[in-house]
Design a protein around this ligand. Structure first.
Ligand code: GAP
Length: 509
């Protein structure tokens, strides 16, 4: 996989992602989506929305506000529990997440394991049995044990909010500041991740608001409104996409961890006692959604949580193999009745479902699926970016974005700018633009134009040449294979339709 630096520079060079307010040196961990980026982002959101709302007759969508009544965040637990443990280095004056420092330490041990495996595989050649080696090699086992001991202790200390022990662990492991190289650390403190703001001009504290740190609460507070007006019967889901804000201490790895980002969340309301069944179902269903895009089964794995968020009784991440290793892409959480019960308590309003079959009221349990749109963007973008050596020795940079997500679906290219070719090509453009985002390009030699479209991820190019005016055929070029075929102009809509229609993609879910 292409490394992150190349991904970032490609995203900028080809109009996908720019640093925010770059003329002022940018704003840390805030990014803008450019002309191609916004199309890719919209397409990912559409693909999610269609899979959730169009394909499930018991899921409906809403669009709640970013600003919510401040008590929402008391009830949800975010005011008291949405914290990260932070630590400062007194010499570099740099701030870190204490748990991330420890996890990075473990990642270094993990890379030692990888080195042992690579060494052994070179030594034993074809006879090398990797899984046997991992199970039996003393050094690998010692490293693994060390990692487990550290992470277990960290998990327990964080759960008990024992920040002194987190600091002790950093000291015992001899972790140094990556900038100053010193061990001159402050105590570990909790840091709330919510961004505060104020409503109107009043200075009263009652008007202090938060920018939502997750979209989910907009769904919970609307639960009964939606259920009643939509006449929904449990089990049913409410989905939405929208911005969320977190004042992340360590924001890094490009758009992987941002301070302003977008989530695509769905809360599925179920009868208490059925949560395990639905949790399993949604884990399977969400993985299928990812796999339908064809980005390689080997690039996904589940990570079931031992340390649970304050609201969950079961939780798992779908991890994706990013350029910096397997990391969380989506979370599936069994949130119990925590949120609805707390909103009942804090608002004094009943948030109960009347079950017409059982003839009783109850607070439903909730299974949540929550994926970061920007993180999904990074998954798609990093997986798609390839540098290929061609037969003639030249290099081709190509973005093999799954066709259904590609920002521009078709480029229409007259071979030259005269002899009636542009007019013929324009006609195709006018026809296709009713179905897809298409682009018309007549600048530069055809080879350069193909390269430009490859680098932007356009899956199909249509070239109009002099023959086209005589035989009413054009050349259709495929981005991934670079294969070209001559097709009748009137058949283009049909050919593209078979490759770009949602039906054939969503059918895999
Ligand atoms: N409502 C549950 C919730 O918010 P989460 O695990 O904190 O759970 C869900 O976030 C997803 O949102 C993550 O899996 C990730 O894809 C995305 N996400 C979270 N924080 C993010 C950040 N700072 N930048 C980009 N994406 C983020």
């Amino acid at each position: 996989m292409t490394d992150l630096k190349k991904i970032i520079s490609h995203a900028k060079e080809y109009g996908f992602v720019f640093p925010s307010s770059e003329i002022y040196e940018g704003l840390n961990a805030v990014y803008d989506y450019a002309q191609n980026g916004v199309l890719l982002k919209n397409n990912i959101r559409d693909y999610w929305w269609k899979a959730m709302i169009q394909l499930n007759k018991n899921i409906i969508g809403i669009d709640a506000s970013i600003l919510m009544h401040p008590t929402t965040w008391k009830a949800s637990g975010h005011v008291d529990a949405f914290n990260d443990p932070l630590i400062d280095n007194k010499d570099s004056k740099k701030r870190y997440r204490a748990d991330v420092l420890i996890e990075d330490y473990c990642a270094k041990i993990e890379s030692k394991i990888e080195k042992e495996i690579t060494k052994a595989s070179k030594r034993f050649g074809a006879d090398f049995d990797k899984s046997e080696f991992i199970k039996t090699n003393k050094r690998v086992l010692d490293y693994r044990l060390k990692i487990n001991l550290i992470l277990n202790r960290l998990g327990k200390s964080l759960e008990k909010e024992d920040l002194k022990d987190v600091k002790l662990l950093i000291n015992e492991l001899g972790i140094v500041c990556p900038i100053s190289g010193s061990k001159n650390w402050t105590e570990v403190k909790q840091f709330n991740l919510m961004f505060g703001t104020k409503l109107g001009a009043s200075s009263e504290s009652a008007n202090e608001l938060f920018l939502r740190p997750e979209t989910a609460q907009g769904i919970f507070v609307n639960f009964l409104n939606v259920q009643k007006t939509g006449r929904m019967k449990i089990p049913f889901g409410i989905a939405q996409t929208g911005k969320a804000f977190r004042n992340e201490i360590v924001a890094r790895q490009f758009i992987f961890r941002m301070r302003e980002f977008e989530q695509m969340e769905m809360q599925f309301f179920v009868t208490p006692g059925q949560q395990k069944f639905w949790y399993k179902k949604w884990k399977e269903s969400r993985l299928k959604w990812h796999l339908s895009l064809g980005m390689g089964e080997e690039n996904y794995r589940f990570h079931d949580h031992e340390k649970l968020a304050h609201y969950a009784d079961l939780a798992s991440d779908i991890e994706f193999k990013f350029p910096f290793g397997f990391k969380e892409l989506e979370g599936i959480h069994s949130r119990t009745d925590f949120d609805l019960k707390n909103h009942e308590k804090f608002s004094g309003k009943k948030l109960q479902y009347f079950d017409p079959d059982k003839k009783e009221n109850y607070v439903p349990y909730v299974i949540e699926t929550s994926i970061g749109l920007d993180r999904m963007f990074l998954a798609v973008f990093s997986w798609s970016l390839h540098s290929e050596k061609l037969d003639d020795g030249s290099e081709r940079i190509v973005l093999k974005i799954p066709e259904i997500l590609a920002p521009i679906k078709v480029a229409i290219l007259p071979l030259i700018k005269k002899d009636g070719l542009p007019e013929y090509a324009e006609k195709i453009f006018e026809d296709l633009k009713l179905n897809y985002n298409v682009i018309y390009d007549e600048k530069d030699a055809i080879g350069r134009r193909y390269r430009r479209q490859d680098a932007q991820g356009t899956p199909f190019c249509i070239t109009v040449d002099h023959e086209s005016l005589i035989d009413n055929c054009v050349t259709l070029r495929y981005r991934d294979s670079m294969k070209q075929e001559r097709v009748e102009t009137k058949k283009i809509i049909e050919i593209l339709g078979s490759k770009l229609n949602y039906k054939s993609w969503l059918n895999k879910i």
